[in-house]
Design a protein around this ligand. Sequence first.
Ligand SMILES: Cc1cc2nc3c(=O)[nH]c(=O)nc-3n(C[C@H](O)[C@H](O)[C@H](O)COP(=O)(O)O)c2cc1C
Length: 199
Amino acid sequence: MTKLSIIYYSATGHGTTMAHRLAAAAEAAGAEVRVRHVAETRDPQTFAENPAWSANYEETKDQPAATGDDIMWADGVIFGSPTRFGSTAAPFQTFMDSLGGLWAQGKLADKAYAAFTSSQTAHGGQETTLIGLYTSLMHFGGVLVPPGYTDGLKFVDGNPYGVSHITGPENQNELNDATLAALDHMATRVVKIAGSLAQ
Ligand SMILES: Cc1cc2nc3c(=O)[nH]c(=O)nc-3n(C[C@H](O)[C@H](O)[C@H](O)COP(=O)(O)O)c2cc1C
């Protein structure tokens, strides 16, 4: 069975929803899947007045948090982070920074990688977030598996770099059909290519 890890940080829950959608699609494609959140680094009291952030924290805090072993175990990894100032969120980057020892041993190389993100606005930095994340994956010696326009549905969601969701000004937007289809497509494609690499 192809092994896929989905490793993501989410504050207000959009990333969590996207991660679980990816997991369901990957399992439907025949993969064994680990969903691992990157642990919150802030004191929960500092976001206690944000109900979505508190709810996502409570929902995920007792789930296993991501470690380097979740990458070593996998044939493919899909990473996710919200866009913050056009880049990945600090807790996600802290997780990436923890991987230096595995990187030095070459243990992050030769796996299939792709990524997803969300941002408040359409042009708020989704592409820069994904491309910045992919820069790190090139340092890993990873095999990048961006979705490109490999299916007609990619002309609907319109992001060849990965999958992205626009949360809206009050963080109120639900994942739309185009984004859901793009998540399913990316998960299926990464499982297929990760499986080929693992043979
Ligand atoms: C510190 C901070 C910086 C942000 N920077 C951006 C940004 O550059 N562009 C944008 O469109 N949204 C920005 N946002 C909004 C987040 O991208 C949005 O809330 C996020 O996608 C929600 O994902 P989550 O629910 O998984 O945490 C920012 C939010 C925070 C808290």
